[in-house]
Design a protein around this ligand. Structure first.
Ligand code: ADP
Ligand code: MG
Length: 670
């Protein structure tokens, strides 16, 4: 570890400032990778400059720079003149009078900046970066790194600092990647990679540097996930002697699908195995994950344990509470609800029932994991709609018990390679079948001119006894002129005065939200206008119409989730996507929605178009953040890294030293 104080230009003050942002060693500086690059390898002559582009020229300063005050504008212009064999060019800086002292008449420099036409059609380079000729070129005549430097450093000074660190020698850069994958996958050494990721010698060198670093990052992360999984496998789980769930199944108003039964068999085996279950159920919207969760909870309770299910919203928790109670109460099983909005006295009762074991089935939001919630004997934890939680949140609920069994459910279908990253520590079960008798939803993509006809359609559907959801992207009027819940409600009430129309959004109090949901469930309200708060989990089979305004604002996976709120009963359901956008990408996306109801296909498409970060939304998506890897673009490297990590676990050709190095490094990740 070489401390940054050895670097020239870093005094105690700067060292302290950098320490505050977590930079204290040369390695820390080298680990701050460029955010982008500028190809300045081409040096232009004055007569070949074009206006509007960033270009680099090399020449001699033809005149001592001067500062020109511009009184009217209240600023100072610094002007200089550079000359090469083809002509002269004016250089200007705004409000940087000290610039004039940086140059010597007759000296050679490179200048890089945007060239513009001035009033009399002369060319001018504005606020250029510069470098004296003779020094190692860092800012011109090469591919130049662009950083997000810590406060107090300019691009230029930071670049110089990075260069200084690289000069300190390759021996400060240690290579933890074992030789075997390095050879097998043709990866360059770490020192080479670091040098070329900062100052690429060529595009090819850059690409191999990047490939090496991405590989390394994904390799170690995969190994870490495999380790977590190994540890989980070593963790003893409560053995459920009686894993017969048929008494519960008999009480269901329907027959389990084959896919549901298959998953339940897998779960039952886990529960009897002696190690703690860590299983993910992936099943498209409406595939019946809740019933599987209930059967699993039934087994836990029958074996004298408590079971808990955590949902991302209060509305969904309430729905689950009612669903579980309905089936469990007649079997003598006590279900208790715990959410953040519970009244103090109710909360107290719930807490004591959870602590003394009266509560056998516990349903709630993340209130379930808060301090002060003590469980009597928590043997099973279920997270519903896992993609709405961060990865870590599922670990916190688990900690409330003594190595309880874990079941994680999600409707977001994700490609297997990505699933390995998000859920590499879990076994995966897939429910790949919908309950029978579902009528496929009809989907239409329309523009706003159809709105009156759509509203007439709503009138007809509701007159026939059914219900409709309308989704607007925002709650109230905003500058970007999107459909908003409040205005839409007012307008629709005017257009359809005899209809009971309610609205719902995330800023309402939980009790208010619940009241509106209850009214809708009871079919007293016929239309529910809302933001995406109803996106996850809501199950109201009588709702047959989903109308989404400004559909271009939503990702494909989200549209698919929203559409999944209908088509849950025996009636024909419809999903109408309204958008006035003519953007080809939008048109293609909405068309895809009309052509397929396969969540996997839509997710792949979504991922391709938006990249992994956006795909999982801006909210806590649970994806680990990477220094360099881009999960979509680097899918091929990810596959290789996964392969290599798996080999590392089995292959005997790794030396003991390599293993030690790798496991030391993993200690930091785990
Ligand atoms: P999701 O997988 O999206 O959570 P749910 O568990 O909410 O789906 O189930 C959707 C609907 O399908 C519910 O009304 C549920 O009662 C019903 N359902 C679940 N399994 C079956 C089945 N095997 N046969 C018929 N209906 C089922
Ligand atoms: Mg669900």
């Amino acid at each position: 570890m070489v401390h940054i104080s050895v670097l020239s230009g870093i005094g105690p003050k700067r060292a302290e400032a950098l320490a505050k942002v977590g930079i204290s060693t040369v390695t820390d500086i080298l680990n701050l990778l460029p955010r982008d690059y500028d190809d300045r390898s081409e040096i232009r002559t004055v007569d070949s400059l074009v206006a509007g582009a960033v270009q680099t020229i090399l020449g001699v300063l033809a005149q001592t720079p001067e500062n020109v005050p511009i009184k009217k504008a209240g600023m100072t212009l610094t002007k200089a003149l550079i000359k090469d064999s083809t002509g002269t060019l004016e250089l200007v800086w705004f409000n940087q009078p000290y610039m004039s002292k940086n140059f010597k008449h007759g000296q050679g420099y490179t200048f890089t900046g945007t060239v513009k036409h001035t009033y009399n059609n002369r060319m001018q380079m504005q606020s250029p970066e510069y470098e004296p000729v003779g020094e190692v070129p860092l800012g011109a005549g090469r591919i130049v790194p662009l950083y997000t430097p810590p406060t107090g450093f300019s691009q230029k000074t930071w670049r110089a600092l990075v260069h200084q660190c690289l000069e300190a020698g390759d021996n400060i850069i240690t290579d933890d990647l074992p030789e075997e994958p390095r050879k097998t996958y043709g990866l360059c050494g770490r020192a080479d990679a670091i040098r070329n990721i900062h100052f690429p010698e060529s595009e090819d060198m850059f690409l191999s540097a990047r490939r090496r670093l991405v590989f390394e990052e994904l390799f170690f992360m995969q190994l870490a996930l495999f380790r977590i999984k190994e540890r989980a496998a070593e963790q003893a789980g409560i053995v459920f002697g009686d894993a017969d769930y048929s008494p519960f199944i008999k009480r269901l108003p329907f027959k389990m699908t084959q896919a549901q039964s298959k998953v339940l068999t897998e779960i039952a085996a886990d529960l009897q195995s002696g190690t703690a279950m860590n299983r993910l159920i992936q099943g498209d919207v409406g595939s019946g994950k809740t019933a599987v969760a209930m059967a699993t909870a039934y087994m836990a309770i029958k074996n004298g344990c408590q079971a808990a299910i955590m949902a991302p919203t209060e509305v969904l928790a309430q729905q689950h509470y009612e669903g579980f109670t309905k089936l469990f109460a007649p079997m003598g099983i006590e279900t208790v609800l715990l959410t953040g909005s519970l009244h103090v006295s109710k909360r107290k009762t719930a807490l004591s029932q959870i602590a003394d074991g009266t509560a056998q089935m516990i349903v709630g939001t993340h209130a379930l994991v808060q301090t002060g919630v003590e469980y009597r004997r928590l043997g099973l934890v279920i997270t519903d709609e896992q993609h709405r939680f961060g990865v870590n949140q599922r670990f916190t609920l688990k900690e409330k018990g003594e190595s309880p069994h874990t079941l994680v459910m999600t409707a977001t279908p994700i490609p297997r390679t990505l699933a390995l990253i998000l859920y590499g520590d879990l076994d995966i079960s897939i429910i790949d079948e919908l309950p029978p008798g579902r009528v496929p939803i009809k989907t239409y993509a329309l523009n706003g001119t159809y709105r009156p006809r759509i509203h007439e359609f709503i009138r007809k559907e509701t007159a026939a006894g059914r219900q409709a959801y309308i989704i607007c992207p925002v709650i109230e009027e905003s500058e970007n002129d999107m459909a908003n819940v409040l205005q839409y409600t007012a307008d629709l009430r005017r257009a359809l005065p005899n209809l009971r129309i309610a609205y719902l959004h995330g800023r309402m109090k939980p009790a208010e939200k619940q009241e509106i949901m209850d009214e809708f469930i009871a079919n007293r309200n016929k239309v529910l206008i809302s933001t995406t708060v109803i996106e996850v989990g809501i199950n109201i089979p009588n709702a047959t119409l989903m109308l989404i305004e400004n559909a271009e604002r939503f990702g494909l996976s989200q549209l698919h989730q929203l559409r999944g709120r209908v088509g849950r009963g025996k009636e024909q359901s419809h999903c109408i996507l309204v958008s006035d956008s003519n953007a080809p990408v939008t048109k293609a996306r909405l068309k895809a929605m009309t052509e397929t109801t396969d969540g996997f296909k839509l997710a792949e498409l979504d991922l391709k178009q938006r990249g992994a970060g956006d795909f999982f939304g801006t909210r806590q998506h649970g994806l680990p953040s990477f220094m360099i890897a881009n999960l979509y673009r680097d899918m091929d490297i990810l596959k290789e890294a996964q392969e290599a990590a798996r080999e590392f676990g089995n292959n005997k050709s790794f030396t003991a030293d390599e293993r030690t190095v790798v496991y030391n490094r993993l200690a930091g990740v785990l």
